[in-house]
Design a protein around this ligand. Structure first.
Ligand code: ADP
Length: 273
């Protein structure tokens, strides 16, 4: 098989087909070391368009580093990243040097939205200002238009009542929903989530997962590093299991969760399920 799963494989079965047989992102032989520790040992995979890919695996297995390599927050030592067939400027161990390369990298990076474990909102800006900052500064949108967009995105994540609040007055779940709205405001082609619910109090996990599920059902291309197996089972088109810097196995949620091929996957699942 190609590794491109059938849509709607999750138990929710509500995932629309989209064109998830198309590849949005491709990693080929990505390696990365920090000092003498090899954190990624040649990771290759395809990320389908308009589908959700969940990356699971034990702590320290390289999931976050791999995610950060996808959009150039980390530079791979070797291997390459392709977005819709275009080789990324941070690939093949080339450091990003020179104004032209920097500009090229900045342009491509705009195709990605990134949602961090810790929401990283600007504390001195209201929820609305956090969302409109990117469109105004980077997309050169006029303020009124950006506000309109910001309001509609905050409504989409259920925060229309909170647009003028500062982050310190919002719960963790609300802050993370603002962070998702902020990422969406840049109209990214691909949204990357790095354990977006791990820093939240348990009672707030659900509201953030609901927003992520809505995006998945709307056909957003998403790559989520997550410990939420239920979420992955429900919405993912593809599940990637990583251990010790490598992909141990990948497939549909049914394949990976119900009939894991690898002992390491089975052992990991027995601990988290
Ligand atoms: P995971 O997301 O699966 O928990 P990570 O990608 O965060 O794994 O980390 C993989 C390994 O790389 C860990 O051993 C971690 O300590 C190490 N690591 C991650 N980032 C850095 C860094 N910036 N400098 C040094 N070591 C790092």
């Amino acid at each position: 098989r190609t590794g491109t799963p059938e849509p709607g494989d999750g138990e929710g079965g509500r995932v629309t087909a989209g064109d998830s047989d198309r590849v949005s992102l491709r990693a080929v032989g990505v390696t990365k070391s920090f000092g003498r520790v090899e954190v990624l040992r040649g990771v290759s995979t395809d990320i389908p368009s308009h589908g959700t890919t969940a990356i699971i695996g034990p702590s320290g297995s390289g999931k976050t580093t791999f995610l950060r390599c996808l959009n150039g927050l980390e530079l791979p030592d070797s291997g390459r990243i392709e977005v819709e067939g275009e080789i990324m400027p941070w690939s093949n161990g080339r450091p990003i040097l020179g104004r032209r390369r920097e500009r090229e990298a900045a342009r491509v990076r705009q195709e990605f939205g990134f949602v961090f474990q810790r929401f990283n909102l600007w504390p001195h800006m209201t929820a609305l200002e956090n969302v409109t900052e990117g469109p105004i500064r980077v997309r050169r949108m006029v303020a009124a238009e950006a506000k309109e967009l910001g309001r509609s995105l905050l409504a989409r994540v259920g925060l229309e009542q909170k647009i003028d609040e500062y982050p310190r007055r919002l719960s963790g779940g609300q802050q993370q929903r603002v962070a998702i709205a902020r990422a969406l405001a840049m109209e990214p082609k691909i949204l990357l989530f790095d354990e977006a619910t791990s820093a939240l109090d348990p009672e707030m996990v659900g509201e953030v997962l609901e927003v992520m599920k809505d995006l998945a059902y709307q056909g957003m291309t998403m790559v989520c590093v997550t410990h939420e197996i239920g979420f992955a089972r429900e919405v993912a088109h593809k599940v990637i299991m990583m251990d010790d810097g490598s992909i141990v196995e990948e497939g549909t949620p049914g394949e990976v969760f119900d009939t894991p091929k690898s002992d390491r996957t089975a052992r990991f699942l027995s601990k988290v399920l």
